[in-house]
Design a protein around this ligand. Structure first.
Ligand code: CA2
Length: 146
């Protein structure tokens, strides 16, 4: 049975490809999920991708990943910069955690420069556009030894 990788996207990432293409590109979230699933199949990993605009839902999904998922790839959107609850949930997860940001948060407003999640993340990929999800999945595969 292939190992499961949970891919979580937070608030407003359902709007990918619909607005602000100069920052976030033209790919939709469905496009991103399809390309991650395709690479996952190549690498021998199963992908479960979810998006929510709600902090509590994101916390619940991180908790659900305990015991079912081998790794988490997460773009928490703006919760990155605010959510200690999400950090606490990730701290209770045992496998690799890869944090992704489509834009280079360090080139943007100062309030985007700090990530609570980075304290738990095994790797952080920023500013690589939606390719960042694929880079994160390759790193997960390497960390899981598949
Ligand atoms: O660069 C990233 O991936 C971010 O996590 C995206 C978040 C932002 O709050 C973070 O600072 C950096 C925002 C996601 C909003 O996505 C949109 C996409 C298209 C149109 C409008 C919003």
């Amino acid at each position: 049975m292939p190992k499961l990788v949970t891919v979580l996207n937070g608030p407003n990432l359902n709007l990918l490809g619909q607005r602000q293409p100069e920052i976030y590109g033209h790919a939709t979230l469905a496009d991103v999920v399809a390309s991650v699933a395709e690479l996952g199949a190549t690498l021998g990993l199963r992908i479960e991708a979810k998006q929510s605009n709600h902090e509590g839902q994101m916390v619940d999904w991180v908790q659900d990943a305990r015991g079912t998922s081998s790794a988490i790839i997460i773009n928490a959107g703006a919760l990155t910069h605010t959510s200690i609850a999400l950090l606490d949930a990730l701290n209770a997860f045992d496998g690799p955690v890869l944090e992704v940001h489509i834009s280079n948060i360090h080139k943007r407003e100062v309030f985007r420069h700090h990530s609570f999640i980075s304290q738990r993340a095994d790797g952080v990929i920023v500013g690589c556009g939606t390719d960042g999800y694929l880079l994160a999945l390759r790193r997960v595969a390497s960390l899981l030894g598949v």
